[in-house]
Write a protein that binds this ligand. Structure first.
Ligand code: CP
Length: 317
């Protein structure tokens, strides 16, 4: 695959996205082996550079890198010279000086991964692990893989043509929503956005198949195959976007009553971390429809697939 960096879901053609889903499927078997290792990244150094908190993304990248035999270094803002005011440029040039081959970066500023990939500070590959409210492309890959796996058994070469997916909630602050909107469209899915008007930017609403300002009406009018609930990102809100949390949960939360009005096998997705009782209740989060933990599990294989195609040398799975 002719791809050096993965900064945006828009970096992927349909063919490349399907190839990544197929490779994810092949690599998923590695986690079930007694020796969970491939030599693909042997001799390569991967740095996980996290300026923002993370559980799922950081842990699954680290597991993916170790399963591919990379030398792994974890750097976080706390405990590094970033906390003394070191710039992104100086931090990255330090990592380049120790011959890092790949930087996986999470950063609070939208555009930080693009800046790094297009700088001359570092010659290796850059993988965006989430930048501000901009994008989170590996989350979109693992979400599309989870959808394909549940709906089509991850049939090699399959995309998501005609699949009806709703993205619901705090779209304005969500990098997960942006990357999913792009990748799901690339794969042929029909994406519907459902949110309060204050949390649904017009440009995104216009790029979806449909936009809805009532969750209940959308449930009644759309034949949804999957509903992707978004975390309410209070830490990114500079103002009040809805009256109260209980009002949000009553109007926009996925609860038992709403789930039971959707089709029986609708998939309930959430990228995590979840605010239980706010955007999703425990009945839905823990129901058989929920793919939340499958998404986490698939995140390891999806990230292995990205590393395999961007930086791998030994290509036998
Ligand atoms: N989904 C996601 O990015 O979770 P973390 O913030 O825990 O990595």
């Amino acid at each position: 695959m002719n791809l050096k960096h993965l900064v945006s879901a828009a970096d992927l053609s349909r063919e490349q996205a399907v190839t990544l889903l197929d490779t994810t499927k092949e690599l998923s078997g590695v986690s079930d082996r007694e020796v969970k290792k491939l030599p693909t990244l042997r001799g390569k150094t991967v740095v996980n550079l996290f300026f923002e908190d993370s559980t799922r993304t950081r842990v699954s990248f680290e597991v993916a890198e170790k399963r591919l035999s990379a030398d792994v270094i974890n750097v976080s803002a706390k405990g590094s010279s970033v906390s003394k005011g070191e710039s992104l440029k100086d931090t990255v040039q330090t990592l380049a000086a120790i011959s890092a081959d790949v930087i996986v970066m999470r950063h609070g500023s939208s555009g930080a991964a693009h800046t790094l990939a297009n700088s001359n500070w570092f010659n290796g590959s850059v993988i965006n692990a989430g930048d501000g409210t901009h994008e989170h492309p590996t989350q979109a890959l693992l979400d599309s893989y989870t959808l394909r796996d549940r709906l089509f058994g991850s049939k090699a070469g399959a995309a998501l043509d005609g699949v009806n997916v709703a993205i619901v909630g705090d779209i304005a602050h969500s990098r997960v929503a942006r990357s999913n909107l792009i990748l799901l469209k690339t794969l042929g899915a029909k994406v519907h956005l459902i949110a309060p008007a204050t949390l649904l930017p017009k440009a995104l609403a216009n790029s979806a198949v449909s936009a809805h300002y009532s969750f209940d009406e959308a449930i009644d009018n759309l034949d949804l195959d999957a509903v992707m609930m978004l975390r309410v990102q209070s830490e990114r809100m500079q103002a009040s976007f809805f009256p109260t949390e209980s009002e949000y949960s009553r109007t926009w939360g996925l609860n038992r009553e709403r789930l039971l009005r959707m089709k029986k096998d609708v998939l309930v997705m959430h990228p995590g971390p979840m605010n239980r009782g706010l955007e999703i209740d425990s009945f839905c989060a823990d129901s058989p429809n929920s793919t939340v933990l499958e998404q986490v599990k698939n995140g390891v294989s999806a990230r292995m697939a990205v590393l395999y195609h961007l930086a791998g040398t030994e290509r036998n799975i």
